[in-house]
Design a protein around this ligand. Structure first.
Ligand code: PLP
Length: 334
């Protein structure tokens, strides 16, 4: 199957699986797993932070970070479109007793500075205490402008807020914008980085930040049930991904551009954006379900909505993109 629904659908390659079977392991709850320790230290160093912590998922890594930054009755400022706010089951509020203050994202994924400044509540017992600004990069595939990130994190700091980055796809941002991981994470007190998206690992995220922040997140990880034992088999997949699957993200970005260029030629389709490995396009509502079925019959998995998202990844080739575009064309030409 050609699966364009998400970059989370990749399967570990034989070479990645081999690296996993060779992993040295120990009990990571005891801090004994050498492969986990190596992954954490490596990512912390690459991101210019003091420490790292391995998590089973990006959702849990983000949540533990929010809980490390904010206490009960505190508030975090976040975009309406952000994963931590919109797609993580309201975990900050449900499990963290943290009130989100969502703000509309601009077209480029940023949260305009004046909206952030206006949303920071004064110290007053009537209000939740605004503690944290959370951004996401990439967001909807888009790389946040570097100047914006610098200004937003400076604004937060000047107003006494901490900063968190959901960097689930920060390596896509790094490759697309030719910035180092360190440059992209500078200015943030914590950054959550996923390996189970474009990097092709089956499981795993790493949270990086100061030693104190990571110590606090470590406690919350335990509370959230994320302490894992011989997790080195999973960390080995992440280390393999760091060595082999970062630079090749450029292929995914080229394939997404190819997909967008193919869809643009089809009158019934309106491509609304393409950035890094994501393409968003609109289809006539009445065609969504039949087109999704048509594609499935031809071995192509999509989630066809009025505004559909197509995501490229290491299990999708340029030839697969051409097959997909040809199948959409044949549907509308039938
Ligand atoms: C931007 C972003 N952040 C966080 C997550 C959560 O990651 P996980 O699915 O590992 O919980 C996702 C998942 O797709 C995501 O797209």
């Amino acid at each position: 199957m050609i699966d364009l629904r998400s970059d989370t659908v990749t399967r570990p390659s034989p070479a990645m699986l081999a690296a996993m079977t060779r992993a040295e392991t120990g009990d990571d709850v005891w801090g004994d797993d050498p492969t986990v320790l190596r992954l954490q230290a490596r990512l912390a160093e690459e991101a210019g932070k003091e420490a790292g912590l391995f998590f089973p998922s990006g959702t849990q890594s983000n949540l533990a970070a929010l809980m490390a930054h904010c206490g009960r009755g505190d508030e975090y400022i976040v975009g309406q479109l952000a994963h931590t706010y919109k797609y993580e089951g309201g975990g900050a509020a449900v499990l963290g007793s943290i009130q989100p203050q969502p703000l509309d994202n601009a077209e480029d994924g940023s949260i305009p500075l004046e909206r952030i400044a206006a949303a920071i509540k004064p110290l007053d017992d009537h209000f939740a205490r605004t503690r944290l600004l959370a951004l996401e990069n990439t967001i909807g595939g888009k790389v946040l402008p570097a100047a914006y990130v610098a200004e937003a994190t400076q604004l937060a700091r000047a107003r006494g807020l901490a900063t968190h980055l959901d960097g689930a796809r920060v390596f896509n941002a790094a490759v697309a914008s030719s910035q180092s991981l360190k440059a992209l994470t500078e200015g943030f007190d914590s950054v959550s980085i996923c390996f189970s998206k474009g990097l092709g690992a089956p499981v795993g995220s790493v949270l990086v930040g100061s030693r104190a922040l990571i110590d606090s997140a470590h406690r919350w990880r335990k509370v959230l049930g994320g302490g894992m034992r011989q997790a080195g088999v999973l960390a080995a997949a992440c280390l393999y991904a760091l060595d082999h699957n970062v630079a090749r993200l450029a292929d995914d970005h080229a394939n997404a551009a190819r997909l967008a260029a193919g869809l643009v030629q089809i009158d019934q389709v309106k491509v609304s954006s393409q950035a890094t490995n994501m393409v968003f396009a609109q289809f006539p509502q009445a065609d969504c379900a039949p087109l999704e079925a048509w594609l499935k019959e031809r071995g192509i998995l999509t989630q066809m909505l009025y505004a559909s998202r197509f995501v490229t990844h290491l299990d999708v080739s340029a030839a697969d993109i051409d097959t997909f575009v040809a199948a959409v064309k044949s549907y509308f030409a039938r």
